[in-house]
Design a protein around this ligand. Structure first.
Ligand code: GLN
Length: 459
């Protein structure tokens, strides 16, 4: 990823990335391109290199930014009319850190609006298409970022993962997708979805690039009180010996190709000398229900700031203050956003709070405990990312429950706050990419990434 050896220039890398982005325009990967600023920055970096000045570890590396990261360059929309247009006066912490190392943002990627979804079909700008099949979804909500990396437009892209939004699109498009331990990377300046599970992470082509991005972006931030002190770069090496697999995740609801690739990898690991341990984690079957109570509750609260007054969209035909609120929100939000706002208000309302929200929080604690117990027995856990490979565009978008079921294997991890990396490990018979995820205990991120690349071994 480093270009300071003068074999190429930042300008040519950025030009190439922009050309590729345009070539794939029909896939709807980008919401907006950042052409002028990107080229200007590239020229500055080339000039620095020519002058022998010191440049950062990502000098001249083009990257794509998920459209929920604030940056002073261009507008941030979170793929929603509600933020169209919104020009941010600040950079998110991640953007600041990447750019301090010389990375160059070439465009903002498409996503499900406000990150609500598992296919990128809930975008105000229309769906992103899968990297290998135009009739299939990119996955979501960070679909644009995953496809941008899969098609080699950029070597890395940012993502946010509240319940699987990095790992599932990574798996659908055949790239690495990492959701770190909760609090490892600052959430400051990223449009909030559910603050207790939102995690910032990346898409890359390999584990080494991911490690470099983590080195750069992990760390405490005074603007995000939930960030952890930087443990990442100081993690002592700890080789893995025991790998857990979850009995309940191997059932008929899971696509046969995925079960096959999991079985192959288990065999591979055994041959490599790892001990495979079958785990019984019965509480995980409640995770999806818990997630779809806790997350909408937080969504409701985070989205209340979009009122047509402070920023973003305002309805044209609102006649008074009440109508500014109601019409702007009604026109600006998409139906999935509204569904979450309604569920969230319902589970928080008096009379239902104890039955839903409080109970879900208690169940969340049980899920956390179950992971803690599992990690007393094993170093990492290997599972599918989702029950199926990339599905057809339109197949689930009008059936919210079947869309939510996509998340059944990814959300328990967010509820527990543990790290997980999606690794591209194979293909279906028809050539669709397949990924598996490796889950680790809290703060095992660095070693987890190291282990993840082992899985690619016999690909
Ligand atoms: N698909 C999940 C949801 O819709 C996850 C979204 C995310 O991680 N942003 O809630």
């Amino acid at each position: 990823m480093r270009i300071a050896d003068k074999t190429t220039t930042a300008v040519s890398l950025v030009k190439e990335a922009l050309e590729k982005a345009k070539k794939y325009e029909d896939k709807h990967i980008f919401v907006s391109l950042n052409e002028e600023n990107a080229l200007k920055k590239a020229e500055e970096i080339d000039a620095k290199i020519a002058n022998g000045e010191k440049v950062g570890r990502l000098a001249g590396v083009p990257y794509a930014l998920k459209d929920n990261f604030l940056s002073k360059e261009g507008n941030t929309t979170a793929s929603s009319l509600m933020l169209e247009p919104f020009h941010s006066p600040i950079d998110s912490t991640t953007v600041k850190k990447l750019e301090a190392e010389g990375a160059i943002m070439i465009g903002r990627t498409n996503m499900d609006s406000f990150a609500h979804g598992s296919s990128t079909e809930n975008s105000y700008f229309g769906p992103t298409k899968n990297a290998v099949d135009d009739e299939r979804v990119a996955g979501g909500s960070s679909g644009g970022s995953a496809v941008a990396v899969a098609l080699d437009i950029v070597p890395f892209a940012t993502g946010s993962d509240t319940g699987g939004s990095i790992r599932q699109p990574a798996s659908f498009n055949g790239v690495y997708g990492f959701k770190p331990t909760y609090g490892t990377i600052s959430r400051y300046g990223v449009v909030a979805m559910a603050s207790s599970t939102d995690c910032i992470g990346f898409f890359t082509k390999n584990a080494e690039d991911m490690d470099l991005l983590m080195e750069i972006c992990a760390g405490q931030d005074e603007n995000d009180m939930t960030t952890l002190p930087d443990y990442y770069s100081e993690t002592p090496e700890k080789p893995a010996k025991k790998i857990g697999i979850i009995k309940d995740f191997d059932n008929d609801a899971v696509d046969q190709d995925i079960r096959n690739v999991l079985a192959e990898k288990v065999e591979f690991l055994k041959n490599e000398g790892y001990e495979i341990v079958e785990l019984d984690m019965p509480t995980l079957k409640y995770a999806l229900a818990v997630y779809y109570i806790v997350v909408p509750a937080e969504v409701t609260s985070n989205l209340s700031r979009h009122d047509g007054i402070r920023y973003g969209y305002r309805s044209e035909d609102a006649k008074d203050l009440g109508e500014i609120f109601s019409k702007s929100r009604n026109e600006g939000f998409m139906s999935e956003n509204k569904r979450r706002i309604m569920i969230g208000n319902f589970v928080l309302s008096s009379g239902f709070y104890d039955a839903y929200y409080l109970k879900a929080q208690k169940a969340r604690t049980k899920i956390i405990e179950e992971y803690n117990k599992a990690f007393e027995k094993v170093d990492y856990i290997l599972t599918p990312v989702s029950p199926n490979p990339a599905f057809k565009l339109g197949e689930k978008v009008n059936d919210p429950v079947s869309m939510y079921l996509e998340d059944v294997m990814s959300v328990p991890i967010n509820l527990a706050g543990v790290p997980s990396v999606a690794v591209p490990v194979g293909k279906t018979e028809s050539g669709l990419p397949l990924g598996l995820q490796v889950v680790g205990p809290r703060r095992s991120d660095k070693n987890l990434l190291k282990f993840a690349s082992v899985l690619e071994g016999d690909k």
